[in-house]
Design a binder for this molecule. Structure first.
Ligand code: CP
Length: 305
């Protein structure tokens, strides 16, 4: 393993399998009445969040605490960032307090990469702009593997707002490394110009792809990042790219539905599909704690290169 986790593309197949296998071993801790291991006692994890988060922020905190690390939670709102303090000065201030690892979410793509040049501890990317969200991809792969077994040759369909999705990019990179076949389905306006260089197929016809999918991962339409009209109306988007009851019926009987959250229920995914027994959405949240325990354990407690 490298010292930092910034891109899913930095993980070799052995690295990815080591994280998934370590998470499998750590999963039993989350099922105990006392959910704690002494592994990272005396180590300090700083959660540095410049963008809003529910799942990622809370699960990194839970993961660090379950490994007995000390946790410092920093939120840009209410901090000296509002007085103009830079990312570098904020990071150096937190490092002076003894951070062994800094978990960062930032609106700017590349911020974790910059941070890694300024601090001595490990940097973990918890989502940077529209670039990457590697621990989300790891927890997604872990959730798929728990339901379906090994991912080699599995058909994974990722649907929706790929253009603004760091989750999509990290998933395409990691799932390719793990030997899965990924197809992206989106309106042309919601695909990045560079998608032709990504290790995946592209389709505009969701109904044609669904019957061949082992996993259908729906993406949130990220309205807060849209500064133009990318589709005629929400109703039109939902009609062509939403996973409703009729489309769900076209999936194979053992195929699963995923969503990284937060969801726009009724837009990219119907409530009854999100809440069905073949949806892993709640499992993904629980698995997020386990995967983040494995990442922190391997970066802070294991061998790094
Ligand atoms: N999936 C995800 O990153 O969710 P949050 O924005 O709530 O952390």
């Amino acid at each position: 393993m490298k010292r930092h986790l910034i891109s899913a593309g930095d993980l070799t197949k052995d690295d990815a399998l080591l994280i998934l296998d370590t998470a499998e071993e750590l999963a039993s801790v989350s099922e105990r009445s006392i959910k704690k291991l002494p592994t990272l006692r005396g180590r300090t994890v700083v959660n540095l969040f410049f963008e809003d988060s529910t799942r990622t922020r809370i699960s990194f905190e839970a993961a660090a605490k379950r490994l007995s690390a000390d946790v410092i939670n920093f939120s840009a709102k209410g901090s000296s960032v509002s007085k103009g303090e830079s990312l570098k000065d904020t990071a150096l201030t937190l490092e002076a307090m003894g951070a062994d690892a800094v978990v960062i979410r930032h609106g700017a793509s590349g911020a974790p990469h910059r941070l890694a040049n300024w601090v001595h501890g490990s940097v973990v990317n918890a989502g940077d702009g529209t670039h990457e969200h590697p621990t989300q991809a790891l927890l997604d792969a872990f959730s798929m593997r728990r339901r379906l077994g090994a991912l080699e040759g599995r058909k994974i369909t990722i649907v929706g707002d790929v253009l603004h999705s760091r989750v999509a990019r990290s998933n395409v990179l990691l799932l390719g490394t793990l030997g899965a076949d990924v197809t992206l389905v989106a309106p042309p306006t919601l695909l990045p110009v560079s998608v032709g260089t990504w290790p995946c197929e592209v389709s505009y016809d969701l109904d044609a792809v669904l019957p061949k999918s082992d996993v259908v991962m729906m993406l949130r339409v990220q309205k807060e990042r849209m500064n133009a009209a990318y589709f005629p109306s929400e109703r039109e988007y939902s009609r062509r790219y939403g996973l409703d009851r009729d489309r769900f019926a076209k999936m194979p009987d053992d195929a699963i539905v995923m969503h990284p959250g937060p969801m726009n229920r009724g837009m990219e995914i119907a409530a009854e599909v999100a809440d069905s027994a073949r949806s892993t959405i709640v499992e993904q949240v629980a698995n997020g704690v386990t995967i983040r325990m494995a990442v922190l354990y391997l970066l802070l407690g294991g061998e790094t290169t």
